[in-house]
Design a protein around this ligand. Sequence first.
Ligand code: SAH
Ligand code: SF4
Length: 346
Amino acid sequence: MSKKVAIQSLTREKLREWVLSIGEKKYHADQIFSWVYKQDTLSFDGMSNLSVKLRERLKEVAYFSELKIDGLFKSSDGTTKIRFELEDGYKIESVLIPFEDRLTLCISSQVGCAVNCAFCYTAKMGFIRNLTTDEIVNQVLYSARVETERRISNIVFMGMGEPLHNLNSVVDACDIFLSDFGLNLSKRKISVSTSGILDKLAEMKERTGVRIAFSLNGTTDEQRTKLMPINKKWGIADIIKTFKSLPLEFNEKITIEYVMMDGVNDSLEDAERLSKLLKDIPVKINLIPFNPHPGTQFLPTPEEQIDKFHTYLYKKGFDVLYRRSRGQDVGAACGQLVVPELIKQK
Ligand code: SAH
Ligand code: SF4
């Protein structure tokens, strides 16, 4: 017998095709999809508008994959890190971040990451494997059960992994988040963050329409290559050229993430170079103080230097935000996500 299908791995369109392929009527797909994403029902027996016969048939060929909650870490600032165990025992992390009227969920796209950025804790795990679509989608379904008071309003692919190294699963997960029968989020409420896998960026944008966050983190090739080895393949000139050709919507901005490391990339010369590089591109710049983790050689830029850097860019007319870290005390901040037992011994 062939392997059972995980229902959460299917977009609405794929679920329809699948339902037809097992000889059932297409409209059952929309019923199942609504049960899962509108009613949080992850069992066929809970789907009361399906006949008992159909439910039994579905159970033979499909199932609902599960994520086990392996740990909840609550920060004093309201952020909650959730550690999930996957079906094969690997672990990943998601972070719930309440802010004003928003509840943002930061999700992972891979176990570990292959890009190996010098400042990132996840990099220390190396690349273990891609997440499947249902593992990505389940992070949202199961995190919503942790925070039942409020609905998740925004989703950001800023957890573990490089989303563009797992493009098809990320695209299908976005499709489910965007579908009006699914989570019905708007494209403006989802961001995919990349270290700069340029040959996949336009494709991701075209296939999903969601917002782009770009981890720039440096202003010269020499400096950026030291921090992010991917820069050897696609350097700063390629990045700027790609930005100019992306199919953005009216008024849409690319979020530029800039992790500030003391004495590394935080001088006013850097601010000047950054403003020249980005001057004709619709961007909003997020300045993120480096979040420390065990074994790192970097230190965060002191606050007054971040303020100067911020002021310089602000005066040049940029939309720039000093993004103070959330969840640092529980290792839930950007670049702090790691599963300690999976760290590679050097
Ligand atoms: N792989 C993707 C998404 C995950 S990383 C990417 O690199 O964009 C999410 C963000 O965390 C990136 O902007 C990255 O630059 C930032 N980051 C990584 N390590 C960090 C650290 N130690 N402190 C602060 N931000 C960090
Ligand atoms: Fe991977 Fe992003 Fe970390 Fe770089 S910053 S190692 S791309 S997760």
